[in-house]
Design a protein around this ligand. Structure first.
Ligand code: GLY
Length: 392
């Protein structure tokens, strides 16, 4: 890998220009380079924003929602790729990524929450997913720190987690062993020539020309200049505030990831092997605002405490907000747009870390012209939002 600042002027060439070095852009650039393609990956702050803030849940079973079965299939397919992805990254970089396979325990605190949990279990069962209903006693047998008020639980044994910050660091390290050109610059616009995307123009004036441009800039795909309206993915920022806590002397963390229904609110607690506990997250349409609201911190701590009272004794080390890229149906958009030469990989909403594995493979398959899983690709095609060019 070469890392370079933005060229003030001048033109460089690549086979593929990837805009955005969040988890999706990083993984895609790495996979593209493994296919022998020359990649320029452009981002002023790699591995930042939602990639940095995320909790790292790999939890398609516990997060399944009505009407989102295509997203579930994609999530399951991506989760299945994680063990090999992590093994490959750890072997090639020496960075321990922190994949945890203890499973996810979903718990309910009041009668209404118990109904929500029962509905979730019925829906999961109707989809052939495995999630085991547990009594309050069984939940506390698995996780003794749970509140005595917990009414019942559901164990999604196949839902895991990964340390997203370590994963991003591992991808950066893996990329550094390739010839990916990591360009530390802001993209001023997608460059077009006639009816084709031909690369990017950098703030400062430099150009990168490329046969294929991959738009992986999360919610900023909505505002990036140079994309014709009929090729622009309908992505919007979805704000999430999230906390990081840490063990102090004589404190401990749960072994499982815990999701809680608390008086109708949802909260999650994701433990790391190094003593960190990630607690989140809000889901708000608030434009590009990334301020942290005091009330959001209070509400998350309140709900986390209702699940596990001992969080009171942990150290609060971080409260941040970041922007998820939301799509109209909560599934990502991966594939060609209405503009020749422009591919999109965004809209991963609450599942960016989970879906990075399969997104990277799909992008690499598409760009390199190798066989593509048509069924998966159809479910995530940007064309489902009628991104078709009207001839001029
Ligand atoms: N994946 C959890 C979140 O976006 O909050």
């Amino acid at each position: 890998m070469t890392t370079r600042p933005a060229a003030a002027s001048g033109t460089t060439h690549a086979d593929v220009a990837v805009i955005g070095a969040g988890i999706v852009g990083l993984a895609a650039a790495w996979r593209l380079s493994q296919r022998g393609l020359r990649v320029a990956l452009v981002d002023p702050s790699p591995a930042a924003a939602a990639t940095h803030a995320a909790a790292g849940m790999l939890a398609p079973v516990s997060e399944v929602r009505y009407g989102e079965t295509a997203l579930l299939r994609l999530g399951m397919a991506s989760l299945a790729r994680y063990p090999d992805l992590v093994a490959e990254l750890e072997a090639s970089t020496g960075v321990v990524v922190g994949l945890r396979r203890e499973g996810t325990l979903i718990v309910a605190t009041d009668a209404g929450d118990r109904d929500l949990l029962n509905e979730l279990q019925a829906f999961q069962t109707s989809l052939g997913l495995s999630a085991t209903l547990l009594t309050s006693h069984e939940c506390r047998g698995l996780e003794p720190m749970l509140a005595p008020e917990i009414r019942c639980g559901l164990l999604a044994a196949s839902d895991h987690s990964v340390d997203n910050r370590r994963l991003a660091a591992a991808l950066l390290a893996a990329i550094s062993a390739t010839d990916v050109d990591l360009v530390s610059a802001t993209v001023a616009s997608v460059t077009t020539h006639g009816d084709r995307a031909i690369g990017v123009t950098l703030a400062g004036g430099g150009q990168i020309t490329a046969a294929t441009t991959v738009l992986a800039a999360g919610p900023w795909c909505a505002t990036l200049p140079g994309i014709p309206d009929d090729a622009r993915p309908p992505v919007r920022p979805v704000k999430g505030e999230i906390l990081r806590l840490r063990t102090r002397p004589n404190t401990a963390l749960p072994g499982h990831s815990i999701r809680g229904f608390v008086n109708g609110h949802e909260i999650y607690l994701v433990p790391r092997a190094d003593g960190e506990l990630v607690v989140g997250a809000t889901v708000e349409d608030a434009g590009f605002d990334t301020s942290v609201r005091a009330g959001a911190v209070r509400e998350m701590l309140r709900d986390a405490r209702a699940v596990m009272p001992s969080i009171d004794e942990l150290e609060l080390v971080e409260a941040i907000a970041a922007l998820r890229p939301g799509s109209p149906d909560n599934a990502p958009m991966i594939g060609p747009t209405g503009l020749d030469g422009l591919l999109v990989a965004t809209g991963h909403h609450r599942n960016g870390i989970l879906l990075a594995a399969i997104t990277a493979d799909l992008v690499a398959d598409l760009v390199s012209g190798e066989s593509v899983d048509r069924e998966l690709l159809e479910a995530v095609s940007p064309q489902r939002f009628a991104l078709t060019r009207t001839s001029s």
